[in-house]
Design a protein around this ligand. Structure first.
Ligand code: ATP
Ligand code: MG
Ligand code: MG
Ligand code: MG
Length: 439
């Protein structure tokens, strides 16, 4: 992408309304624009990151055996009456009437709808286990939308729903998602700790929230420090191994970790003092097992091996990709801007032409830019006529992991500069060596 032809509406001044650093940086870097309270447009730079996060989420869902579908954002109130949640959900639900006066709603979650899909097609234990997920916009009329996309009213959610014949196999489905979540957050470059959590209006008794520690987080959490050094499940984890996954989950739940609602002070105090971690955290994912809470009232039943009919056991599993964009920035930035982890950076490399219009620098930059694109890198070429200081500031603000800086002085000696955004290390190398670096 050539910056001169891109749409990157940067803000010079720090927006007053933004209370936390991720919100400030997302506005300044032209990633999002607020359209109403808690409702945002995703501008090109923001959308790139959101898409990269969704891609990783999707890959790990697929790896664990979940199957992608896409359900609509608008749902019928009647479905929610079947589960009893139409009245129970309260003011967070945005209720709408269509032209025929039918009651509709903008989905805050999809347990009812996916249960309806399931009951329409699946009748036998032979078709289980099944896990269906989608990545779709949700709407919750939050009392206090704030911190930008961290707590939006319209937000993107990956929600998966598992269906099993009995509690034991549902537990395995839960463990699959638990493992997939550990891998997902690790790939995003985040340390997310699974913590015992309240099940809230979803109901059920087995639940973990995945929490990223951050001073601006809205949850108070308590855990054993050693979780910060726990190992991420490997890429070749066998998701079909019941015992293997149970061991993995047992290990990841062996130490104390709980959100405020589930906190037991006595258990926490039993941890050695130097291992106690009491901190603020951001809820980036949440998994539940809730048994037959929806299948029973909604008549989602399957025949078992002995021919008897019983309601299917279910769990649901959410991740917030849009909240993750903000959480990632909270976790990785400095005073100059965002520092994207390599896997989700909107651009891998920024090429900075310090003297656009100069034949030699233009030529070298074009060669770099085109070669990088041909090799599959997302490169952003700053070909504008802004002064160098402005280019450095922009590149640091938007946080591409690498910068290649090309100026007439260096080029006179055949050199360009490579800068690593994270540590700020700089290196003068030849044009060829720079290209060799990005094979
Ligand atoms: P919170 O406690 O922050 O209100 P929640 O417990 O209501 O979140 P869940 O119903 O567990 O949220 O939804 C699953 C995931 O969706 C959350 O873990 C979070 O990542 C994301 N999410 C929920 N509400 C919002 C929101 N208002 N804005 C952005 N992401 C959200
Ligand atoms: Mg909520
Ligand atoms: Mg919550
Ligand atoms: Mg939750």
């Amino acid at each position: 992408m050539r910056l001169s032809r891109y749409f990157l509406p940067l803000l010079r001044d720090t927006p007053k309304e933004a209370e936390i650093v991720s919100h400030r940086l997302m506005l300044r870097a032209g990633m999002i624009r607020q359209q109403s309270a808690g409702i945002y447009s995703w501008l090109p730079l923001g959308l790139r990151v959101l898409d990269k996060i969704s891609r990783i989420v999707r890959e790990e869902q697929n790896r664990s055996g979940a199957i992608e579908i896409l359900m609509p954002t608008i749902q019928s109130a009647d479905l929610w009456r079947e589960s009893g949640r139409y009245d129970a959900y309260g003011k967070e639900m945005l209720r709408i009437k269509d032209r025929h006066d039918r009651e509709m709603l903008y989905g805050p979650t999809n347990e009812e709808m996916v249960t309806d899909i399931f009951r329409s097609y699946v009748k036998s234990y032979k078709d289980l286990p099944l896990n269906l997920y989608h990545i779709q916009w949700k709407f919750r009329d939050e009392v206090r939308p704030r911190f930008g996309v961290m707590r939006g009213r319209e937000f993107l959610m990956k929600d998966a729903y598992s269906f099993d014949i009995d509690q034991a196999s549902a537990r395995h489905a839960y463990n699959r998602m638990f493992t997939a979540y550990l891998r997902t957050f690790a790939r995003l470059g985040l340390k997310a700790i699974p913590m015992r959590a309240d099940t809230g209006p979803i109901g059920g008794d087995l639940s973990h929230e995945f929490i990223v520690l951050a001073s601006t987080g809205e949850s108070q959490v308590f855990c054993h420090k050693d979780y910060l050094d726990f190992e991420t499940p490997a890429i070749d984890t066998d998701f079909d191994s019941v015992d293997g996954l149970q061991r993995l989950v047992d290990n990841w739940t062996s130490l104390y970790a709980a959100t405020e609602e589930m906190h037991e002070a006595a258990d926490f105090d039993a941890i050695p003092a130097d291992k106690q971690l009491s901190a603020r955290g951001i809820e980036v994912g949440h998994i539940f097992y809730f048994g037959t809470k929806y299948s029973e009232p909604m008549g989602a039943t399957v025949t078992g091996p002995d021919g008897t009919l019983s309601p299917v056991h279910m769990g649901s599993y959410g991740i917030g990709p849009s909240r993750l964009v903000a959480a990632l920035i909270e976790a990785s930035h400095d005073e100059s801007g965002i520092i994207w982890p390599d896997e989700i950076a909107p651009f891998d490399i920024a090429v900075l032409n310090l003297k656009a219009g100069d034949a030699a620098t233009d030529g070298a930059c074009e060669q770099l830019y085109k070669t990088l694109l041909a090799r599959g890198y997302d490169a952003l070429y700053d070909d504008t006529d802004t002064r160098p200081g402005g280019k450095f500031a922009t590149a640091d603000l938007i946080g591409a992991p690498w910068q290649i800086i090309v100026g007439p002085k260096g080029l006179a000696e055949g050199k360009v500069e490579i800068k690593r955004r994270a540590g700020g290390e700089r290196e003068l190398v030849s044009l060829e060596a720079a290209l060799d670096r990005f094979k």
